[in-house]
Write a protein that binds this ligand. Structure first.
Ligand code: G6P
Length: 368
């Protein structure tokens, strides 16, 4: 049954390993592979063509999916995104009106703050879209248009497959917006969609690195603190890496935009500080690697998560590397989520914490 751990020790492990399959389901729902276009039924309800900004609101890991999407909407659709965590958004009396569209992201569709933010936007006349994993949820019922993630039931408290499926839906919405706004050429859309079709097979390859990740997680389970660094779409992933470490292994971890290193966290670096650097070989790779070298010069214990090209070019600053296949920019945040999840999972398993039900946490936060 779907509620069964199968051959896995934890639901979280099972859910991490389901990603190639559920990402395939989600992508095939939102992309037309033969036409090589995004094909999001109901997207007209979001009025992308006429928007001057898109409001995005969520909590926890779902918020971090929205933060990745901000980079995509702005880059591929030239659509400014205003994103906030729901518990702040709902109380900050932000101006919202009839010309606005607000998008809410929630695995459960029941998170109290996200629902309150939705109601606030609805009362002020905005068009409401929701990306949810539970189609019969309250958020799904109250939205004007629902874009379901096809992740299947997620039991582990820490979100994994719902997150990457949220990213798949958001990538489709960003490309759809780019086309509707006349800023994404058909050629560019075709090549981006062709790249996205590689996601399930790349996800499978990422899972193939699990034994390496398990090995490097063992010493980490003795750390008291950890730092995650990344730039651009890897900045939200750095936040997600730190969030997962906190939630699952109770290691105090922070995610930082690599460019902010000098504005604070560099003061924490010593030989006891594990530093994860997420740096695929992309347009901003050199900048991130130069931050990594600053960490190395202060004795930080580095784990570089990169691709083959990045591993060749990085010098010898990193004690450990996790080497993914080379891939294009748009798929990287979806695929790089997998090693980040596996690091937190295996660290927690070594520490012996309750992986599926971490202390003090709830799967769905339905009260404030
Ligand atoms: C809780 C869960 C997280 C989840 C967050 C938002 O904190 O432990 O895994 O990301 O709520 O939940 P939602 O159901 O709205 O995505």
């Amino acid at each position: 049954s779907l509620m069964d751990k199968g051959n896995y020790k934890h639901f979280m492990a099972k859910e991490i390993h389901e990603q190639p399959e559920v990402l395939g389901h989600t992508l095939s729902r939102y992309f037309d592979y033969s036409a090589k276009t995004a094909r999001v039924d109901g997207a007209q309800a979001l009025k992308f063509k006429d928007l001057s900004r898109l409001i995005v609101t969520a909590c926890g890991t779902a918020y971090l999916a929205g933060l990745v999407a901000k980079y995509w909407f702005e880059k591929y659709a030239r659509l400014p995104v205003e994103i906030d965590i729901a518990s702040e958004f709902r109380y900050r009396e932000t101006p919202v009106g009839e010309r606005d569209t607000a998008l809410f992201i929630s695995q459960s569709g029941e998170t109290a703050d996200t629902l309150a933010s939705l109601r606030y936007c609805k009362e002020h006349g905005a068009a409401i879209g929701a990306i949810v994993n539970v189609p019969e949820s309250t958020i799904a019922r109250e939205a004007d248009m629902v874009f379901p993630t096809i992740a299947g039931p997620e039991i582990g408290v820490a979100s994994t497959k719902a997150f990457t499926c949220q990213l798949a839906v958001l990538a489709a919405l960003a490309l759809q917006a780019g086309r509707e706004r006349g800023v994404l050429s058909p050629e560019r859309e075709h090549s981006l969609v062709a790249e996205l079709t590689e996601v399930p097979s790349l996800a499978l390859k990422a899972l193939g690195l699990e034994a390496d990740i398990e090995r490097l997680s063992q010493p980490l389970s003795k750390a008291n603190n950890a730092l995650y660094l990344g730039r651009a779409t890897n900045f939200p992933l750095a936040l997600e890496g730190a969030l997962k470490l906190k939630e699952l292994s109770y290691i105090h971890a922070e995610g930082y935009a690599a460019g902010e290193l000098k504005h604070g966290p560099i003061a924490l670096i010593d030989e006891n500080m594990p530093v994860f650097v997420i740096a695929p070989y992309d347009g901003i790779y050199e900048k991130t690697v130069s931050n990594m070298q600053e960490v190395a010069a202060r004795g930080g214990n580095i784990v570089l998560i990169t691709d083959q090209r990045g591993a060749r070019e990085c010098g010898n600053a990193a004690q450990n590397t996790v080497v993914l296949p080379d891939m294009s920019d748009i798929v990287a945040p979806i695929i790089y989520a997998l090693p980040v999840q596996l690091i937190a999972y295996h660290t927690a398993v070594f520490m012996g914490t309750d992986v599926d039900q971490p202390r003090n946490l709830a799967k769905s936060v339905t009260v404030e």
